[in-house]
Ligand binder design. Structure first.
Ligand code: ATP
Ligand code: MG
Length: 146
């Protein structure tokens, strides 16, 4: 079953209204492409986890950018936060089950460390790619290439 990517993102953002309001986050969602369809089940697993992380690890009162565009025949969704960031040496472990960064400023934020491993497996299932760029204390950009 397919779903419009913009609709899926609206649904996911709606799920986190409470957290978004509590942290006073501003969601800046733009789409360069109309009517891009993605497989609902796996795309939801990928983007729910990615957007959940962006919200959870961002700083209060910051902006979250979500942008959809197309690049060489692929639909791309980019989620950019101004959050705590991830240190370089942790990047290669992000998709391992139960991995959580041990950054000091991070211990009070709860999680299982399973979100991105699920996102990674879901991406494999539909031939999508999930790329993470990050700078500690500056923020993180996750690029999902469908
Ligand atoms: P869960 O998703 O089960 O609630 P989690 O968020 O800790 O737990 P993952 O989503 O797998 O687990 O992420 C793994 C780790 O990667 C996180 O614990 C965190 O250290 C780091 N991480 C992931 N996304 C971000 C982000 N946007 N900003 C900063 N750190 C992140
Ligand atoms: Mg997570």
């Amino acid at each position: 079953e397919q779903i419009a990517l913009v609709t899926l993102i609206d649904e996911i953002v709606d799920r986190y209204t409470k957290e978004i309001v509590q942290k006073r986050l501003r969601i800046n969602f733009t789409s360069q492409v109309k009517d891009a369809l993605v497989p609902r089940y796996y795309s939801n697993l990928i983007l729910d986890n990615v957007i959940n992380n962006a919200i959870k690890y961002s700083k209060d009162n910051s902006e979250l950018l979500i942008n959809i565009y197309s690049a060489d025949n692929h639909i791309v969704c980019q989620v950019k936060d101004n959050g705590i960031g991830i240190k370089k040496e942790d990047l290669e472990h992000l998709f391992n089950p139960f991995f959580r960064s041990d950054a000091l400023n991070h211990r009070h934020i709860s999680g299982t460390g399973l979100g991105l491993s699920i996102a990674g497996k879901a991406a494999d299932a539909i031939g999508a790619k999930v790329l993470v760029n990050s700078e500690l204390n500056m923020g993180t950009t996750v690029t999902v290439k469908f």
